[in-house]
Design a binder for this molecule. Structure first.
Ligand code: NAD
Length: 320
């Protein structure tokens, strides 16, 4: 029997990051008994957990790639459920492909081994739309071939296979949620690993010219982070072990449109520079969320509303 979130002790790997920290807050709202986090702060930020820590959550600033670091936590907490969010941002795989692959595979293998030894009951593993590569048919459903175009995505695809195979071999209660492009508060806005929305707001605020890589016609299925977290906690007790589900809006927005909308909202009158396209950039991501919608009621924040909320949040965070 899958444990319920309410009353359970839960570990969130990568919980100081963007989606993980929103998930931690939601698990606490749902009256999880205890929420423990492991994050090496590669990109995560302790500030994202300010509220959670004030409500008793514990952050282990440690590396989940080390099996012994996880074992240390499992010795101290009677964990029932693990949400595996830890990863190093996709762009990092252009700088250090091998380590990007390793993070995406080692952490999940460490967790699956612990689960196989009965250290905890349920694993909710985070995959990514990137495993599909550029759409060969649209909208992409869960049966779409996995065709990674980066080492980040190759690591994620390998992790999916590991989860599916451990379930087949050892009958573990593990399943995969596969978000598409999330946006919203708390995404990293600094440096080369920043997401497109936060970095664009950052550039406007710092009088830097805006940039579009390639034509800008590459599209993504943007989903507001709170909608993703809603979907995850609602699908949690419904998705059978060994299965995966897309978490998406069934819609797509081009990068050009995103940047131009931010420019308009922030009254930016400067240049929009055309930069060379990134090697291996996925061209189109339009997902089917039919499977998800059959399982749960799913409310989606309109993109314009979510984008406005995000811009407001980044203006406050960047200028404070
Ligand atoms: N943001 C998106 O649009 C998106 C889309 C699809 C899938 N996902 C998946 O959702 C999950 C969360 O993504 P996110 O956007 O919140 O990313 P994020 O970078 O904000 O969070 C990942 C966290 O993992 C931490 N981390 C990295 N390596 C670690 C390690 N070895 N040990 C412990 N912690 C480590 C980082 O410090 C960071 O806080 C990831 O698995 C990602 O692949 C995200």
């Amino acid at each position: 029997m899958r444990p319920q979130i309410k009353g359970s002790t839960i570990l969130v790997t990568g919980g100081a990051g963007f989606i993980g920290s929103h998930l931690v807050d939601r698990l606490l709202d749902m009256k999880a008994k205890e929420v423990v986090i492991i994050d090496n702060l590669f990109l995560g930020n302790e500030n994202n957990l300010e509220e959670a820590i004030s409500h008793g959550s514990i952050l282990y600033k440690d590396d989940a790639e080390f099996a012994t670091s996880l074992e240390y936590i499992f010795e101290r907490h009677d964990i029932d459920i693990v949400f595996n969010c830890a990863t190093k941002a996709l762009n990092y795989s252009f700088m250090n492909p091998s380590n990007s692959f390793e993070t995406n595979t080692k952490v999940v293998l460490n967790l699956l081994e612990l689960q196989r030894k009965n250290a905890f009951t349920t694993l909710c593993h985070f995959s990514t739309s990137e495993v599909y590569g550029t759409a060969i048919y649209e909208p992409m459903d869960e049966a779409h071939p996995r065709n990674p175009t980066t080492l980040y995505a190759a690591g994620k695809a390998a992790a999916d296979l590991a989860v599916e195979t451990y379930v087949r071999m050892y009958d573990l209660d593990s399943f995969i949620i596969r978000p598409f492009n999330n946006y919203g508060p708390r995404q990293n806005y600094k440096g080369e690993l920043a997401g497109v929305i936060p970095i664009t707001v950052f550039r406007v605020l710092n009088d830097l010219p805006l940039e579009i890589h390639g034509t800008g016609s590459q599209s993504r299925d943007f989903i507001y982070v709170h909608d993703t977290v809603d979907a995850i906690v609602n699908v949690f007790d419904k998705l059978p072990k060994g299965e995966s589900v897309n978490i998406s809006t069934h819609n797509q927005v081009s990068i050009k449109e995103v940047i131009e909308t931010i420019a308009h909202e922030m009254n930016y009158k400067g240049e929009i520079l055309k930069k060379t396209s990134r090697n291996s950039d996925v061209f189109c991501h339009n997902a089917s969320n039919e499977k998800l919608e059959k399982m749960i009621e799913f409310r989606l924040t309109p993109f314009s509303e979510g984008l406005k909320k995000s811009i407001d949040w980044y203006i406050k965070a960047i200028t404070k």
